[in-house]
Design a protein around this ligand. Structure first.
Ligand code: IDP
Ligand code: MG
Length: 169
């Protein structure tokens, strides 16, 4: 009987944590936190149906930010970008769902808010590229790298999503 219960529990746990669905790393940048946009941004991803698996308020170190944006190290704005991202706390998050990397980029909008469509986070809440309120991973590969950089494995929570069968076919 105990064995049976353990087996059922293990399979439920495996289903909840399965790698079937993709994950992405999102962060509300210091301007988003200062401007009290955290709730609004989280609300948009929740309302879409994605599953929150980690969230924390972080004062990021320069080292972490340099690593996070390592691909942009040759760009003229790299120093300014690292300073901006370290100018206050950020809200670091991991979200999970079908095609979540691509869908999140669509919800976020173009890098430069001047090109972002209304209805997107950047289209609705900001004006200039140097203060564009949110970060989102640009590929599944970047998401893996960024999640590992910002979170310990035990900070990613597995929980059973009771709405899943209302969201997915
Ligand atoms: P993304 O955030 O849309 O993925 P990236 O090209 O990866 O855009 O650039 C990372 C971040 O660097 C941007 O979100 C923005 O904060 C900043 N950035 C990008 N281009 C510029 C620029 O031309 N001037 C100032 N900051 C920039
Ligand atoms: Mg990027």
């Amino acid at each position: 009987m105990i064995c049976l219960l353990l087996t059922i529990f293990a399979s439920l746990f495996a289903a909840a944590c399965s790698g079937v669905q993709e994950r992405t790393f999102l962060a509300v940048k210091p301007d988003g936190v200062q401007r009290r946009l955290v709730g609004e941004i989280v609300r948009r991803f929740e309302r879409k149906g994605f599953k929150l698996v980690a969230l924390k308020l972080v004062q990021a170190s320069e080292e972490l930010l340099r690593e996070h944006y390592a691909e942009l190290r040759e760009r003229p704005f790299y120093g300014r970008l690292v300073k901006y991202m370290g100018s206050g706390p950020v809200v670091a998050m991991v979200w999970q769902g079908l095609d979540v990397v691509r869908a999140s980029r669509a919800l976020i909008g173009a890098t430069d808010p001047a090109d972002s469509q209304p209805g997107t986070v950047r289209g609705d809440f900001c004006i200039e590229v140097g203060k564009n309120v949110i970060h989102g991973s640009d590929s599944v590969e970047s998401a893996r790298r960024e999640i590992a950089l910002w979170f310990q494995p035990n900070e990613l929570l597995c929980w059973e999503d009771n709405t899943e069968h209302w969201l997915y076919e």
